[in-house]
Design a protein around this ligand. Structure first.
Ligand code: GUN
Length: 296
């Protein structure tokens, strides 16, 4: 049996449509336009592509986009001064500092200098703590997108066995917290996990976020499980460049009940959730009701 394909591209378009509706209402009823500031330090080509895409989609849903491009050798004090200005700018509701930063900059210090209420990445230590204790927070975009797709597919996730492969601060750990918040029984697996195949075989939900091309073969997947593949790995095959996930799609699709493809699965949801977080931050900043279905 072949799995249902979870279409992240179509889902992301729906999320953007919802965001655009909220943005239009905020404008009409309150005269407020949500604003997202994106800070890029240096010229990393992949980061430049992401930042351009974020700016374009921000404008497409009717929000204001503020891009700040700084030289690769920018002094830490200058970056912190810019963040301070954005923290105090009432037109800016969300701030994102594109990672990775050049080596001479302290990433933790920079992220923790963002006003947590404007931290649309959900990386600030306060937001990490709030999420971990089940309180209202800004939620990291990629895990939020995965959660939305899982809820859409399953309805309730209560009582399901979930395995998250990967323990990064950006995906693995917050993903596990979100699944726990939805009453899954959660295992976080990683490179030192003993008998990873057996751990994965127990799972009703598998979230793979390790960054290793096709490391999860289909025979690790329980029949009928839902597989969310966060990996985006560039490989060369048959002399061609190809994007593949952390899961071997060809074999997993024969075992899973539902699976996200790469590309076109989790990837498009990340920026859609960034836009959703910016509207959420804007509503909270103005004491307005939060948009339904766009938060955890
Ligand atoms: N670099 C790669 N992914 C991300 C992300 O989600 N947020 C930020 N700030 N930088 C990134």
């Amino acid at each position: 049996m072949s799995a249902d394909i979870i279409d992240g591209k179509a889902f992301a378009a729906k999320v953007r449509e919802k965001v655009a509706g909220h943005v239009a209402r905020l404008k009409e009823e309150h005269g407020i336009v949500p604003g997202l500031a994106v800070v890029l330090v240096g010229e990393d080509p992949a980061s430049q592509v992401y930042v351009r895409s974020k700016g374009k989609q921000t404008v497409e849903v009717g929000m204001n986009s503020y891009e700040h491009k700084l030289d690769a050798d920018t002094a830490e004090a200058d970056l912190l001064a810019l963040i301070d200005t954005l923290n105090n700018d009432p037109a800016v509701h969300g701030i994102l500092v594109q990672l990775p930063l050049p080596k001479h900059l302290d990433e933790d210090l920079v992220i923790n200098s963002i006003n947590p209420a404007k931290d649309v990445d959900g990386f600030h230590i306060s937001n990490v703590g709030l999420l971990g204790t089940g309180q209202k927070s800004m939620v990291p975009c990629t895990p939020l997108g995965c959660l939305m797709m899982l809820r859409e597919h399953h309805g309730s996730l209560s009582g399901l066995d979930a395995v998250v492969i990967g323990r990064s601060n950006i995906v693995g750990k917050p993903m596990a917290q979100l699944l726990l918040g939805d009453s899954c029984t959660v295992t976080i697996a990683h490179s030192r996990t003993k008998d990873l195949p057996e751990v994965v075989r127990r799972a009703d939900i598998v979230v793979a976020a390790v960054g290793r091309p096709e490391m999860v073969p289909g025979d690790w997947i329980k029949e009928g499980a839902t597989v969310i593949d966060v990996g985006i790995n560039r490989i060369e095959r048959d002399g061609k460049n190809k994007l593949v996930g952390d899961v071997d799609f060809a074999s997993a699709v024969e075992r899973a009940g539902a699976i996200t493809p790469v590309p076109g699965g989790v990837g498009p949801m990340t920026i859609a959730c960034l836009l959703a977080n910016t509207v959420t931050a804007c509503c909270r900043a103005n004491g307005l009701a939060e948009p339904e279905g766009l938060t955890a």
